[in-house]
Design a binder for this molecule. Structure first.
Ligand SMILES: Nc1ncnc2c1ncn2[C@@H]1O[C@H](COP(=O)(O)OP(=O)(O)OP(=O)(O)O)[C@@H](O)[C@H]1O
Length: 291
């Protein structure tokens, strides 16, 4: 059947440990039932951004469905950004923090239903040193953990715990100067998080007030690991002890590490050591189908 309504499915064959056959079956069936002409792209790990961008330009799909982890979702968002295309998310990665923040937590069948559904919202992104962060980026402790985890050969929860202990013993606090439209903060920090979303892929909420569509991002500045403040975060409280933790909502910020370089990660990908970061919001970066 020839249809003017086209949908492109992007699948990362290696993400998570989920058999992608179920994804193919569900999407093929639903696309046919809804009268969509379906095209499929399987990522290769090489030049995927350019290829998806080119396919979107040529095919002009109404929607692009993406089945993968956070990495593949961010990549696809970047490829379709600037068009009117709606992105549908089928979370099948080892880290699905982004999908969790979109409220997409059910089965593959449910995710496919949502991806073809009518509830659409605009999602902001944060531009950090000319790179795009859809989710959570940071300098300090967690970025060092991402680095250690990436370079270790262990996987899973046990491997994560082992790298966490190693990271805690290696990490040193740093001095940071943060300049926003309203204030200049100079402080010692364990971590500074640039948060568009609320939760890390592990499910830990770090930014309870985060709203991906409000035109702001949050800076979460923590000076030390503190049981009470951590418990408050987990309980969704925002009433932090300012001596230990601050959360501020901004549209733009300059961050300077004053005494040494700090480890830096964007959306779970280690980016090396940095001295300076410039971050600003990219309002309404992409349209996403949500439950
Ligand atoms: N066909 C492929 N072969 C090997 N690597 C691939 C392939 N397609 C995509 N990739 C790689 O997969 C990574 C993205 O994985 P994604 O985030 O979707 O899933 P994940 O299971 O959550 O992965 P991770 O554990 O690395 O977060 C990218 O590094 C990308 O280069």
């Amino acid at each position: 059947m020839f249809s003017e309504r086209k949908v492109l499915l992007v699948v990362n064959p290696i993400s998570g440990d989920v058999n992608k056959d179920v994804v193919f079956e569900e999407v093929i069936e639903t696309a046919a039932a809804k009268g969509y002409d379906l095209r499929i792209y399987t990522t290769t790990g090489e030049h995927d951004l350019e290829t998806i961008r080119e396919m979107v330009g040529n095919i002009k799909p109404e929607r692009v469905l993406v089945a993968g982890g956070d990495g593949t979702i961010s990549l696809t968002a970047e490829a379709v950004q600037g068009s009117d295309v709606i992105m549908g998310v089928i979370p099948v990665g080892s880290a699905n923090g982004l999908a969790m923040d979109f409220g997409i937590t059910g089965s593959i069948t449910e995710a496919v239903e949502v991806a073809f559904g009518d509830k659409i919202i605009g999602i902001d992104a944060v531009c950090i040193n000319n790179e795009v962060s859809l989710h959570l980026s940071d300098i300090g402790l967690n970025a060092l953990l991402v680095k250690n985890y990436e370079s270790s050969d262990t996987r899973g929860k046990l491997g994560y715990a082992r790298e966490m202990l190693k990271t805690l013993s290696e990490h040193e606090n740093f001095l940071v100067k943060i300049t926003t439209a309203n204030e200049v903060i100079e402080t010692e920090a364990l971590i500074v998080i640039i948060a568009n979303a609320q939760k890390y892929g592990t499910g830990v909420t770090i930014n309870p007030t985060g709203d991906m569509s409000d035109g702001f991002f949050e800076l979460v500045i923590a000076k030390k690991l503190d049981f009470i403040e951590t418990a408050k975060i987990l309980a969704g409280s925002t009433d932090f002890n300012p001596e230990i933790m601050r959360v501020i909502s901004v549209e733009k910020a300059d961050i300077e590490c004053l005494d040494k370089e700090a480890h830096f990660q964007i959306d779970g990908e280690y980016k090396g050591m940095v001295r300076n970061l410039e971050a600003h919001i990219l309002k309404d970066y992409i349209k996403v189908a949500i439950p």
